[in-house]
Ligand binder design. Structure first.
Ligand code: ZN
Length: 148
């Protein structure tokens, strides 16, 4: 557990300092906005999904705390190249992990680092926001959805 906590801090720092996929992907055909008023995090997630349901490209824009930004950065890295079904499975697993509802041994290790967030209930929404927004984007073709 101690090294996961260390990994958590490293991951947050690293991805907050140099966020991955902080852009609107060319040819994006899915989009949703997420809002976490408790913390002031706002995010828009964009994805380019192929006709057979593969996430060819994904990116995000927005502003917020280090945790929401790092989570968005990691999320986009994790789901790029995956099918939408695989991304939805990751969403379920991540959500279960940060809320402490279930164990999620199948997640990539860097995402597992966010498990520490469940010790800080006020931060769970920050970590979850990008995933909820992706979930909304994948469920709504060609329109903007708001999660809250
Ligand atoms: Zn936040």
């Amino acid at each position: 557990m101690a090294d996961l906590r260390e990994l958590y801090q490293q991951v947050i720092l690293d991805h907050n300092r140099s966020p991955r996929n902080f852009r609107v992907p060319e040819g994006a055909n899915r989009e949703a906005q997420g809002d976490n008023p408790l913390c002031g995090d706002k995010i828009t997630v964009y994805a380019k999904v192929s006709p057979d349901g593969k996430i060819e490209d994904v990116g995000f824009q927005g502003s917020g705390c280090a945790i929401s930004q790092a989570s968005a950065s990691l999320m986009t890295s994790a789901v790029k190249g995956k099918s939408t079904a695989e991304a939805e499975e990751m969403f379920e697993a991540f959500h279960g992990m940060v809320t402490g509802e279930k164990d999620t041994p199948t997640l990539p290790r860097k995402l597992m680092a966010f498990g520490g967030v469940k010790e800080f209930p006020a931060r769970v929404k920050c970590a979850n926001l990008p995933w909820h927004t992706l979930h909304a984007a994948l469920g709504h073709v060609g329109r903007v959805a708001t999660t809250e």
